[in-house]
Design a protein around this ligand. Structure first.
Ligand code: F6R
Length: 365
């Protein structure tokens, strides 16, 4: 049932304040502003020397964001790879290490094969899945659930933000166990997560502006998405979502890599979407933006109030989302990129919920 929405994807985008909050309530003890994992862990975060994450598509971008988080907040080194590369590479893995798999369906063939490889290497095997009775869930020693309900639209939206919510909770748990987050900081990060659903609701309020911007995107042949740090995987996800449902070619790039190649593509005809909330990296990204503007590039900036104030001239459109603690900013930044892809696809008249050539669950290799 789509409710009042035209597509399941729209319904699922709009459900995110609830689905994030529901997922969070599984991981967090709100009263104590602490993470309280209910799952019995066969490993101890304090003893790990490395975490290996494998997933496909959108779920792999959740893993890529988690890498920044685990490394910063838990000082835990993370390798993250798409499962189809990881499994055939057969990387050497230290016995007793932790391997984590992320999958909405829990049936993705490459992710499952990567899991079986890691289990065979004596790794602890954990997964973040949405479908509790799936193969990946069954074959994992510990399952961290996402509680976003069934996701019907082929393009993943609420599953991704639920995966990120679960991952953020694990990062806090790991940081506490490893002594890299003290009690005060733990409480701050938990509060930031708890405040996220209302920030997501506010970010959904950018929709009418995004409808207008999508009119412009729908005329483009190519779209470039840029982000730095944890916003780089957001850029990748924005590009993937646009490709999947609007069939417009899009690429996500690390902002700092712009001058190493893709800047050659920049002209008036190619919209450049820059994901840059105000943080310690924003200034660097702003200077990349100036390089785009100087070549006539049409910049669509996704930022917060402070970021919008800092940019000044040279930006065609600024989408302002609430300012939140940097930790949770990549989750919030998913909302405008989802809406941009959705409305562009609607404008182009594609089959949003059933895009051509795609399946909800990829059980072939
Ligand atoms: C993107 C999308 C795909 C899936 C990927 C993994 O919108 O839907 O990229 O994210 O096929 O699927 P799961 O999470 O089921 O393993």
């Amino acid at each position: 049932d789509k409710g009042n929405h035209r597509h399941f994807m729209a319904k699922e985008i709009y459900e995110q304040p609830e689905t994030i909050s529901h997922t969070l309530s599984h991981y967090v003890d709100m009263g104590n502003e602490a993470v309280a994992l209910r799952e019995a862990l066969p490993f101890d975060f304090a003893d790990l020397s490395r975490l290996t994450i494998s997933a496909c598509g959108t779920a792999s971008f959740a893993g890529a964001i988690a890498k920044y988080w685990f490394e910063r907040h838990a000082r835990l080194p993370v390798d993250v790879d798409v499962a189809s590369e990881f499994r055939y590479r057969e990387p050497p893995l230290e016995k007793g290490g932790l391997s984590l798999f992320i999958s909405q369906s829990g049936e993705t063939a490459d992710t499952l094969a990567a899991l079986r490889y890691c289990a065979g290497q004596g790794q602890y095997v954990a997964s973040i899945v949405n479908v509790a009775e799936s193969t990946i869930a069954r074959e994992s020693q510990v399952v961290f659930p996402t509680l976003c309900g069934p996701e019907i639209g082929v393009a993943s939206t609420k599953a991704l933000t639920a995966q990120l919510t679960a991952l953020a909770s694990l990062v806090i748990a790991a940081g506490v166990a490893r002594g890299t987050l003290d009690r005060t900081r733990e409480a701050e990060l938990v509060r930031a997560l708890v405040a996220l659903p209302s920030a997501v609701s506010a970010a959904l309020g950018t929709e009418s502006q995004i409808v207008e911007i999508s009119r412009r995107l729908s005329k483009a042949r190519d779209v470039l998405y840029l982000g730095r740090g944890p916003m780089f995987p957001v850029a990748m996800e924005g590009a993937l979502k646009l490709k999947e449902i609007s069939y417009i070619h899009a690429e996500g790039y690390a902002a700092g890599e712009l001058k190493h190649g893709p800047i050659a593509l920049v002209d008036e005809a190619m919209p450049v979407i820059v994901v840059a909330p105000s943080d310690e990296l924003m200034e660097k990204t702003l200077s990349n933006m100036q390089e785009v503007a100087a070549r006539g590039g049409q910049i669509i900036l996704i930022t917060d109030e402070d970021g919008a104030r800092a940019v000044g001239e040279g930006v065609a459109e600024t989408i302002v989302i609430p300012k939140v603690e940097s930790f949770v900013a990549p989750i919030l930044a998913m909302i405008p990129v989802q809406l941009l892809a959705y409305h562009t696809a609607v404008m182009m008249g594609t089959d949003v919920d059933q895009p051509r050539n795609l399946a909800k669950s990829v059980t072939v290799e």
